[in-house]
Design a protein around this ligand. Structure first.
Ligand code: ZN
Length: 354
């Protein structure tokens, strides 16, 4: 659906660069629809962020637009001229939550306002002066058709440079969100949500071109306090901010198992820490590949649920699995859900034999 394009460097030929971007944007019009046509807060949130990012005036070369593309499997990306695209899977995932929308859209808007395309193109040009033509390369989660075909070592340097731009977009998005009335914790909430999708859906495509979530999260922590102070100064009552109260965040440690005498039972537990929570969260223990004597294959996957209070700084959830005979085993994995049933965190897997 997205055509491969060759773009000349913006430094050597600005007009050609702009023309090709315009062509790309025009091509992307087919097969995408304006975000206004979708129910939900995306279009409104986009307008709020753009208004704040451009200080109320619009720069001549930027023509902001948010469109939904079908079939890019969990992608979000932007063009240098202000077109931002999300795919319909992402629309499903972010749903009605303005704060999560702000987190993903602010990131893309910062790519545009900080001219990341151009910076990346200049960097790439410096790497490969000897090559006369090159492809416009991947920025963020841009479709695979547009990835570059540079030699491996240049590819590596370019990837590092791009990841720095991603971290820069994250940092910029925190401040933009705070000024626009979206609590900075929505960025962390988005990271957690995307992380829980890893390996399960197309959101993995978005992840592939970005630094790992834990890297982004720890990088962000350094700038978080400043953004939070800015938000609290402007929006003393978060309930009245455009994004509403900060989202519940759950942070999980490694699951572990302890065994009863003679291994007739196993207690599997997960350390959990919540933020912004004033009540309970649901913890789901998922058992996969569950094997026990005489168990039919249809029962090899099980879910066990419990609600725990997650208002203290440190808590844990534990489940006792009783053996139904010799040699029981299963892969266990924990999911933490909020009151709406949204996944807040997912643990690593643990193989348990008892
Ligand atoms: Zn990005």
């Amino acid at each position: 659906m997205v055509p491969a394009q060759s773009l000349k460097s913006p430094t050597s030929n600005t007009r050609s660069f702009n023309n090709t971007v315009a062509q790309l944007r025009s091509n992307l019009k087919n097969g995408s629809v304006p975000a206004e046509e979708f129910p939900g807060p995306a279009a409104r949130v986009f307008d709020q962020l753009v208004h704040e990012a451009s200080g109320g005036s619009s720069a001549e070369e930027i023509s902001w637009e948010l469109r939904v593309v079908k079939g890019l499997t969990g992608n979000a990306f932007s063009l240098p001229d202000g077109a931002v695209y999300v795919d319909d899977e992402m629309v499903q995932l972010l749903g009605n939550d303005p704060g999560l929308w702000a987190a993903i859209l602010a990131h893309e808007i910062v790519h545009v306002t900080q001219h990341h395309w151009t910076k990346r193109a200049i960097f790439q040009e410096s790497l490969r002066d000897s090559h006369e033509s090159w492809r416009f390369v991947q920025l963020g989660a841009f479709p695979a058709e547009l990835t570059s075909s540079t030699p491996a070592d240049q590819e590596h340097e370019l990837a590092d440079f791009s990841q720095d731009l991603e971290l820069e977009a994250d940092v910029g998005s925190l401040s933009l969100m705070a000024r626009s009335g979206f609590h900075p914790d929505f960025v962390t909430a988005l990271y957690h949500l995307m992380e829980t999708q890893e390996g399960d859906s197309g959101a993995a495509h978005f992840l592939a071109s970005h630094p790992r979530w834990d890297v982004r999260e720890s990088h962000l922590r350094k700038r978080y306090s400043a953004a939070l102070a800015e938000f609290e100064k402007l929006w003393p009552d978060p309930a009245n901010s455009p994004g509403g109260n900060p989202p519940v965040l759950a942070f999980v440690g490694r699951p572990k198992a302890e065994f009863g005498s003679h291994h007739t039972s196993a207690e599997v537990s997960l350390p959990i820490r919540c933020e912004n929570s004033s009540g309970g969260v649901e913890v789901v223990l998922l058992l996969r590949g569950f094997r026990a004597p005489d168990l039919p294959p249809s029962e090899q996957t099980r879910k066990i649920r419990q609600t725990i209070d997650c208002t203290s700084n440190r808590t844990s959830a534990s489940f006792v699995l009783s053996a139904t005979g010799p040699r029981n085993e299963a892969d266990v994995e924990f999911y933490v859900l909020d009151s709406r049933g949204w996944v807040l965190a997912r643990s690593s897997k643990l193989r348990v034999r008892y």
